[in-house]
Design a protein around this ligand. Sequence first.
Ligand code: UD1
Length: 437
Amino acid sequence: MTLNTNEYFNVKGGKPLEGKIKLAGAKNAATKMLVASLLTKDECVLDNFPNIGDTEIAVELCRILGSEIKISGSTVTIQTKEIKNTKVEALSRRNRIPILALGPLLTRVGEAEVPVVGGDKIGARPVDLHIDSLKMMGAEIEVVNDTYRARAPQGLKGTEISLKYPSVGATEQIIMSAVMAKGRTILRNSAIEPEIIDLIKLLQKMGAIIELGTNRVISIFGVPELHGAKHKILSDRNEAVSFASLAVATSGRIFVEGASQDHLITFLNNLRRIGGEYEVEENGIWFWRAKKLEGIKVETDTHPGFMTDWQQPFVVLLTQSDGASVVHETVYEDRFGYTKDLNLMGANIRVVKECLGDLPCRFKDSLSAHSAIIYGPTKLKGQELTVPDLRAGIAHLIAALVAEGESTIRGIHEIDRGYENIDERLRSLGAEIKRIS
Ligand code: UD1
């Protein structure tokens, strides 16, 4: 897939979408697994690998570092016999994956230089927890000209780390840095997202010793060496939620092949509470609208809570629900920008600074508008839209498919970062969507 920032979608909405759609492998696991493979000289094979913008960036990153990579359909084979380069300079696009290469590079060769990170435009997104944890494990890190320059002349060593917030990226950074560190690492208040558990499963297959304790405690016993492994990447639960929301929002009926109930429990409960329905089968889940939709109060949280990446498709659904709904975003402080576009389409959403929820929230006294009140149901009309970031992009797309009339959606490379062949797959459900270059 080559990046074409001029491409746009033309969407004609307003009809129920029906049929079957197969989930791709999880973006948030695939990218990290490529980075984890840097820890061994041997070959790693990943099945169910999604061909999306973010995995392309991770592939480019690993190639710069010395990996040989073959992609055949949805299988990727990666081998890094030797780290040929410890400095990641110009990547053609940016995301937050390069920061994760710090641990594996320090482990393999004792030095690393990666760019200060980009990623979605959703708030400050600091990496202090990554940097502080690596320093606690013996790394020396400085920021020089927009890059993190890291060294670990004595190698990394196990230690006790207590995260002030269960960050997904920091948890992954610590695990990948600890698997071959000297001694034992005890990580408290870790994130426990399914994609992290899947990364742990890959690392275990590679020879790592990682214990999952109660209360978000992960213990890692450093081993001298890791070897190659073969792993099937778990399905993308964010895709699952997007297609489930699409089924219910368009009053259609969609079978999401590969959707796993285990990873969607909180979403399924909330979907049923507003009037959506589902039936779990062995290889996936059917979704449809059971009755007139009702409003709800939802708070985003770390796993097993309602994921922050689910709120955007869910908010589109809530524009079709009767009464007022409230969404309190506690993971990112600035993730409601896209609601302005939904309002242009006819939605009635107000974003406020107050914490409209009960969860402890780091943004309580900040000036961030991190709660949304959605009044519905509202009729949506087609609009000209520009996607600001990946998850906002899927909200635009679902809204355009619900809306009467025609929409133009620009900036769709953001959607391509996380969704494989989205237009083609949506057409198979009856969607009228054209990709125009
Ligand atoms: C990952 C996911 C993203 C998801 C998010 C939360 C990938 C590629 N992306 O992002 O889709 O929305 O988890 O489930 O897997 N924080 C700090 N300091 C740090 C790191 C994070 O303060 O060093 C804060 C962030 O600003 C944010 C919160 O922690 O407020 C959560 O971030 P984190 O869990 O790290 O998200 P990512 O790993 O970037």
